[in-house]
Design a protein around this ligand. Structure first.
Ligand SMILES: Nc1ncnc2[nH]cnc12
Ligand SMILES: [Zn+2]
Length: 353
């Protein structure tokens, strides 16, 4: 289905909250090659992996991921070109410019400190750059934003605890520099309960909590994250439909599921967007938001994801209002900001209905 220009305009103007965006996943092949040259970082030789022959060859390779792990291989190589605070600032500011054009008003951004500290880039260097971009986005576009510190689940839980302690020692959770914690990277074989201890510390410290669960892993990863890690959100979560009792629990508790349609297709979790449980979530009253995950790798930013959902499900304005309201209510911003955003959604929908 091709969207009418009125529908496209509506989707563009709809006030959006993005909750599932890995800032390192917004690194385009062009910027990747440019930073590799500037920072003197050796990329894999094209003789070994032809994807590294040029930005165009890399983009083509990104269209052929076979799984989450296949993608992660490129994702970790890609971010190795980021060295200075200025690199992180320009990466994040570029994301904010694009997000603003797509109608994002509030963004909660994941970052992977362990993937940087393990190659000698200090945690503080990363956070300084990201925080500077957040401040510019607030001034230039009135975008409010939060940072979510993700732990890499393929690494030992002790490493996650060390990372958590380092952020806490700098006062980053108490002063609001970092709003919460998340869990990402390879899912199957690395269940959330491995990270129970660090999540309990976060809960005891009043720190917000989310985790990737039910992307490639089955529904037990979702219940594991809720029961052991006390998460307030589920990232991806599409496999919740395999457990009706769990889905009803998530609906009842208004646990936000952060869905990433184009990502799920590129990583072969589903064959097409039409297979995603959008209709089921609407029917069952599951709260969910629509997000871009790693837009530079998966062929689209947030508006592309909204449009893909519309093409597959032909939703009404009222259904989009339900999604937009849920995204606002599930955000980690203050009540004043939420009610201002809810009013903007209401005003737009009234204009179109
Ligand atoms: N889709 C995804 N799943 C798990 N970890 C990730 N890191 C970046 N994108 C991810
Ligand atoms: Zn993700």
């Amino acid at each position: 289905m091709c969207l009418s220009s009125r529908t496209h305009d509506f989707l563009q103007a709809l006030p959006k909250c993005e909750h599932h965006l890995h800032i390192e996943g917004s690194l385009s092949p062009t910027l990747l090659f440019r930073l590799a040259a500037t920072n003197n970082i050796a990329l894999p030789s094209p003789a070994i992996d032809p994807a590294f022959a040029s930005p165009a060859a890399l983009s083509t390779r990104y269209e052929q991921f076979s799984s989450l792990d296949d993608f992660l291989h490129y994702y970790f190589i890609g971010m190795s070109v980021l060295l200075s605070s200025a690199d992180f600032e320009s990466l994040a500011y570029e994301y904010f410019c694009r997000a603003h054009a797509d109608g994002v008003h509030h963004a909660e951004i994941f970052f992977d400190p362990q993937a940087h500290t393990s190659r000698g880039v200090a945690y503080d260097t990363v956070v300084k750059g990201l925080s500077a971009a957040q401040e510019r986005a607030r001034k230039d576009f009135s975008i409010s934003s939060k940072l979510i510190l993700c732990f890499l689940r393929h690494l030992p839980a002790g490493d996650a605890k060390q990372t958590f302690n380092a952020a806490q020692a700098l006062g980053h959770f108490s002063d609001g520099t970092v709003a919460g914690i998340g869990l990402d990277s390879s899912e199957v074989g690395f269940p959330p309960e491995l990270f129970r201890e660090v999540y309990i510390s976060a809960k005891d410290g009043g720190i917000r909590r989310t985790a990737h669960a039910g992307e490639e892993g089955d529904a037990s990863y979702i219940s594991g994250a809720l029961d052991n890690c006390h998460v307030e959100r589920i990232d991806h979560g599409i496999r919740v439909v395999e457990d009706d009792v769990l889905m009803k629990r998530i609906a009842r508790n208004k646990t936000l599921v952060t869905m990433c349609p184009l990502s799920n297709v590129r990583l072969r979790c589903v064959q097409s967007v039409s297979e995603l449980p959008v209709r089921t979530f609407l029917d069952e009253g599951v709260r969910f938001s629509v997000n871009s995950d790693d837009p530079a790798y998966f062929g689209g930013y947030i508006l592309d994801n909204y449009c893909a959902v519309q093409e597959a499900f032909n939703l009404t304005f009222k259904e989009w209002k339900y999604i937009a309201d849920g995204a606002i209510e599930g955000s980690w911003c203050d009540e004043e900001r939420k009610s201002a955003l809810l009013q903007k959604v209401q005003a737009l929908v009234a204009k179109y209905e």
